[in-house]
Design a protein around this ligand. Structure first.
Ligand code: R5P
Length: 298
């Protein structure tokens, strides 16, 4: 029997793409919230016994979604599903990968353990791997780190004649170097010091702006959250006389008016992949997502 797919609210586009590319079957399901915010879950499948299931849940603004995702997984298990995979186009809780201050929770680890207890495998697009080298350091189940760098490089090649890729901080080099190479463009990595959730300093010292000529700077990062990192970088590049930058992000978390903030700072375009539904989505990751899931289903 084909694997069943269940999508949390806001994940229809991912579920439809997996359905059409992999021939998995969309489960009849009612997933809603009671007026007090608690989740109601009902699966309308005749037979779940012995089947495989995929839960699709992009986990931006995660706390309420995580409870619902676990309730769906438990319902599936209770109804006899034998193997459940989680497809999280955006995977939350990767940030606290170190105890930065005494007494802090290592929430990336706790979240990894929690997901590993409820699911048999997990796939996500460009997880925020900073101090971890791989998801295996946090997850006890088979995982797939799906790269968005090829679809992003395709977009850069298609849309920009002479780009230069710019990474705002050291950890962005993992995406910037790949996209730059695939797009045949030069790149530069800046330095960032984070002072707080919304307060960052970027250093552009030593960047050879005079050699950039007419190149279009493409700022590339995994997450655009408050937009603070990119807005500050846009501001500095414009101050140094670089052309109006394009802001390219994998995950459009976009807290508040983050994209407006970037345009106000001087970005010519704000472009993201469709891991999180947002008006800035212009890069489709459904093919790479489906390919990874195909390798995980039995
Ligand atoms: C952090 O290390 C990430 O790679 C991003 O740079 C960060 O999440 C961006 O956040 P914000 O948009 O709030 O500056």
């Amino acid at each position: 029997m084909k694997p069943l797919i269940v999508a949390l609210d806001g994940n229809d586009h991912h579920a439809r793409a997996l359905e059409s590319r992999l021939g998995v079957e969309r489960a009849g399901a009612t997933i809603r919230r009671f007026p007090d915010g608690e989740s109601y879950v009902r699966l309308e499948e005749e037979s779940c016994e012995g089947r495989e299931a995929i839960v699709v849940a992009s986990l931006d603004r995660p706390d309420a979604k995580v409870t619902q995702m676990l309730m769906v997984a438990e319902t599936l298990r209770d109804l006899g599903v034998r193997r459940i995979g989680l497809v999280a186009p955006y995977l939350a809780y990767m940030r606290q990968d170190k105890r930065f201050h005494p007494g802090e929770g290592l929430t990336s680890r706790y979240f990894g353990r929690l997901v590993s207890r409820h699911f048999d495998w997990m796939a996500c697009v460009e997880p925020h791997l900073h101090r971890y080298d791989s998801l295996d350091e946090v997850y006890d189940i088979p995982t797939r780190h799906i790269r968005a760098t090829d679809p992003m490089a395709d977009w850069v090649r298609r849309e920009l004649e002479t780009p230069i890729l710019v990474g705002p901080d050291d950890e962005s080099s993992q995406w910037v170097e790949r996209v730059a190479e695939a797009a045949g463009a030069p790149h530069v990595i800046l330095e960032k010091i984070r002072h707080g959730d919304r307060d960052v300093d970027i250093s552009v010292s030593g960047v050879p702006f005079e050699q950039w000529g007419d190149r279009t700077p493409v700022l590339l990062d995994d997450i655009i959250s408050t937009g603070g990192t990119m807005a500050e970088t846009v501001r500095l590049l414009r101050e140094r006389g670089a052309g109006d930058p394009v802001c390219l992000g994998v995950h459009a978390i976009m807290v508040g008016e983050a994209d407006a903030k970037l345009r106000e700072a001087g970005a010519s375009r704000v472009v993201t992949t469709n891991t999180i539904d947002h008006p800035s989505n212009a890069i489709d990751v459904q093919d790479v997502l489906a390919e990874a899931v195909d390798g995980l289903i039995a």
